[in-house]
Design a protein around this ligand. Sequence first.
Ligand SMILES: NC(=O)c1ccc[n+]([C@@H]2O[C@H](COP(=O)([O-])OP(=O)(O)OC[C@H]3O[C@@H](n4cnc5c(N)ncnc54)[C@H](O)[C@@H]3O)[C@@H](O)[C@H]2O)c1
Length: 356
Amino acid sequence: MKKWKVGIVGLSRGRGFLNVFSAHPEVEVTALCDIDANKLTEVGDAFQLADPARFTRFDDFLNADTDIVLVATPIPCHAEQSIKSLEAGKHVLCEQTVAYTIEECQQVVEAVRRTRKKYMMAENYCYFHYIRQWKKVVESGKIGQIYYAEGEYIHNILPLLVEEKTGQFYWRHERPPIWYCAHTLGPLLMLMNDRIVRGCGVTSGFKSFPQYKDHPGFLDFELGLFQTEKGSFVRIHRSQVPASPHFVWYSLYGTMGHLENRRVRGEGFIYLRDQSPPEGEPFTSDTVDPNAPPEARKGGHGTSEYYLIRDFLNSLEHDTTPPIDVIRATEWTIPGIVAHQSALEGGRWLEVPLLE
Ligand SMILES: NC(=O)c1ccc[n+]([C@@H]2O[C@H](COP(=O)([O-])OP(=O)(O)OC[C@H]3O[C@@H](n4cnc5c(N)ncnc54)[C@H](O)[C@@H]3O)[C@@H](O)[C@H]2O)c1
């Protein structure tokens, strides 16, 4: 049996993937890279990887014997490391989002075209157990045609923005909340089988943290309202600093029914028009597939990473387009970039370019 040789760059989030890759019978992790030598030693020792397979310099890591590079570094590194990996003949699985600018997104698309290697964005929320169940419901036609959807990803990550005692900022401080839009838009657009063509955004600014007004990561919130190619509408809400619990919430309105997961506590629901009066039936909001093997839970977000990796490897095995290929990845990245630009311009509607 051929084993795929995997190299992982970025060993914080990358460690969750390392857990799942290491348990995969068709995968051998053959190289690790992190600029933090201590982290490299810690993870390399934990996974018993020999010294020559450990790299602090990305360009050296590219010379290692790998078929696949998993890019799990901060987002500002994604485009350059993805392009260099593709050009070194590797298939790329890259954390989300693709990049912070439309120009860089275009450069990644061109590199995939030029090198004919596979690229998939590791948007794992699409692989939550309940989203996979919803996909079956939507594809069965039970809720009809989806005409409106909402997604909220609210996550207080203040300690990842700034070290309060020292005042040292971390990489996420410069990321406006809505740039991180793939966890909301990804599952919604996948279920709607649609693409965003126009959008606008708003924010109230820095009311919660006026002292950090030069750091977009501290914006109170950003809302994006989008129109799709099929004429449907999508609203997303992002915040990284709220005084509220962490949750991700989705709601999809179809002509025949409605789906939503639990917001903070309780069950999710499916409502069907032909129930009279419509009473929501409890529907799972679980991120874990109870039928998946135990190693499937090792990625950190339910069983999502396990199924994501399975789909990516299948696309390599059968030479098919990965489910979240480079074009789809940009379609789940660029709307957030445009919505933030709109918010800076007072909320005016802007075109969202579709890359080819
Ligand atoms: N999908 C998810 O659920 C999820 C969850 C967390 C993070 N992420 C994504 O994972 C990525 C990494 O996030 P994180 O939380 O691990 O960040 P982090 O800051 O905790 O860790 C980043 C790691 O990358 C290393 N690094 C930084 N620059 C590097 C470079 N140029 N070359 C090699 N190594 C470098 C750092 O030393 C660090 O170990 C981001 O894209 C983030 O959006 C996704």
